[in-house]
Ligand binder design. Structure first.
Ligand SMILES: Nc1nc2c(ncn2[C@@H]2O[C@H](COP(=O)(O)OP(=O)(O)OP(=O)(O)O)[C@@H](O)[C@H]2O)c(=O)[nH]1
Ligand SMILES: [Mg+2]
Length: 484
């Protein structure tokens, strides 16, 4: 693994800025650029800044090089952009080292530069979300992979999930896109891996999987659970090893578990080729709470600095760097661009179902269940009086029976305990009414067929009498308009 010497630290200026420009000109310094924007002011649609992405990925320096994409995603306000800036630092140092120092082995820790304020991807303290959409660093870094081939490394930052301005669809789309584009997706979590974290991962990856063509292969590549502020090193030590133990426990499937829990775990395992976990210590109160903290590592706990060094130098180690692959093919930057455009088109289109919050999904499910049992009540009651085995009855009589059974069924629906509130329920009531009307029309047809069959069995005279009755009494053998 390559290291860096102190000389470098004084000579090399970080060529980074925290400004996110939409349209950098050719000579602008490298910077974080927003390639996917969520139009929150209007309809929450997604816009790809294709020109910008083309300029980055079709740059002749990288266009036909294989690519690795490191993406960070997860709940908002948990230090994602902050972390990514250290990746940026590492890569900046390494690319400078290549230029200036050639193959000289340098001290590893110098890229951490304890007294430099942290810049690059926009980050900040406070409770309000910061990152919007998806950003990448405008200059891919060139590294050599284990075979000595040059590979372009892209860093990708994403909007945090579950902030107060994003819909479930926004969160699912951002997370899914990031999972589909990354070769290593970092799932950044705070304190622990909890069941709800796994449920969200399931929801988001399932959404991504829907957007992909069916294929036998696992759809996504490497997933790293990154647990920040891990406070139980006496149970599992910081780093990859302790992380693996926690992960094994969380993803363990046992027969004693409820089927739902087993399924969730199987789903996650089936989505990724490789799943790891890293436990990070707490960085100290200055990092977590001081509004004037500007990102200097010297203000963080030594333990945190050490583990940051371990994590980043391991993930970006050229011997283990994960190439971006799609269907088993290693992607070049040029190819990745095309995939990006296709994925965006899918997410912008109308084909994908709307992902829902857990409450909405549950409320919808139990409203639908209430519709189904009310419909069953209607059928049961109607079958008793005008089912296939019963005799023909006049249309008025049938209508009366329908009105009676309809009321019983509607009452059944109203009495059922349902989640989601009254307003939400109304659309299901509407649906029930239209289902019942449809059923009534079927009963009416069956009844009319009985009438014809009876008429035939009575012969020409009886038939004429019955026809006369029907025409005189109730010739209106038609359907009634649905009442509002
Ligand atoms: N407790 C804790 N705080 C951290 C850690 N790393 C960074 N922070 C702080 O977390 C705050 C938010 O950092 P950001 O990088 O902007 O967080 P983010 O996840 O990108 O936030 P959004 O873009 O809004 O989703 C900053 O005050 C950081 O100093 C960590 O490991 N633990
Ligand atoms: Mg951020």
């Amino acid at each position: 693994m390559r290291g860096f010497c102190c000389e470098k630290e004084t000579r090399v200026e970080y060529d980074v800025t925290s400004v996110e420009l939409e349209e950098p000109n050719i000579s602008a310094p490298p910077q974080a650029v927003r390639i996917v924007e969520v139009l929150e002011e209007t309809d929450h649609s997604f816009e790809l800044n294709a020109d910008l992405l083309e300029r980055i990925l079709l740059d002749p320096k990288v266009a036909d090089k294989k690519v690795a994409v490191i993406g960070v995603a997860g709940p908002c306000r948990k230090g994602k952009s902050f972390l990514l800036n250290f990746f940026l630092r590492y890569l900046t140092w390494e690319s400078q080292a290549d230029k200036v120092m050639g193959e000289i082995v340098l001290e590893n820790s110098q890229w951490m530069s304890p007294n430099s304020p942290l810049s690059g991807f926009s980050w900040r303290g406070g409770s309000e979300r910061d990152t919007n959409g998806i950003l990448i660093w405008s200059e891919p870094f060139l590294m050599k992979d284990k075979n000595g081939e040059e590979i372009a490394v892209l860093l990708m930052d994403t909007q945090g999930a579950f902030d107060s301005q994003s819909t479930v669809k926004d969160c699912a789309t951002i997370f899914a896109l990031s999972t589909m584009i990354s070769s290593v997706q970092i799932y950044n979590l705070s304190q622990n891996i909890q069941e709800d974290d796994l449920q969200h991962l399931q929801l988001f990856t399932e959404y991504g999987r829907l957007a992909l063509e069916d294929s036998a292969a696992k759809p996504f590549q490497s997933l790293l659970f990154l647990v920040r502020d891990w406070s139980f090193p006496y149970e599992a030590e910081f780093g990859f090893q302790g992380g693996q133990r926690v992960l094994d426990r969380r993803l363990k499937v046992s027969e004693k578990q409820h089927a739902e829990l087993q399924q969730l775990r199987q789903h996650i395992r089936s989505c990724f080729e490789d799943i790891r976990c890293f436990l990070m210590p707490h960085p100290g109160l200055t990092v977590a709470t001081n509004p004037n903290f500007d990102g200097k590592l010297v203000d963080s706990r030594t333990e945190f600095q050490q583990q940051l060094g371990v994590l980043i130098s391991r993930l970006l180690d050229s011997h283990v760097l994960v190439h971006k692959e799609i269907n088993g093919q290693k992607m070049t930057c040029r190819e990745l661009l095309e995939y990006f455009k296709v994925y965006m088109r899918i997410f912008k289109g109308q084909d994908l179902p709307e992902p829902k919050s857990m409450l909405m999904a549950t409320a919808e499910a139990n409203n639908l269940a209430a519709v189904a049992s009310a419909r069953a009540v209607y059928q049961r009651e109607m079958e008793k009086v005008c089912g296939g085995d019963t005799r023909y009855m006049s249309t008025n009589e049938l209508l009366e029976q329908h009105d009676r059974c309809n009321s019983v069924a509607i009452q059944e629906f109203r009495n059922a305990r349902k989640m989601g509130g009254v307003e939400f329920s109304l659309q299901f009531l509407d649906r029930l009414e239209s289902d019942l009307q449809e059923s009534y029309e079927n009963y009416l047809k069956v009844n009319n067929r009985k009438y014809l069959a009876d008429a035939e069995s009575l012969g020409p005279l009886g038939g004429a009498i019955q026809m006369g009755e029907a025409l005189g009494g109730n010739s209106n053998v038609t359907t009634r308009k649905r009442r509002q």
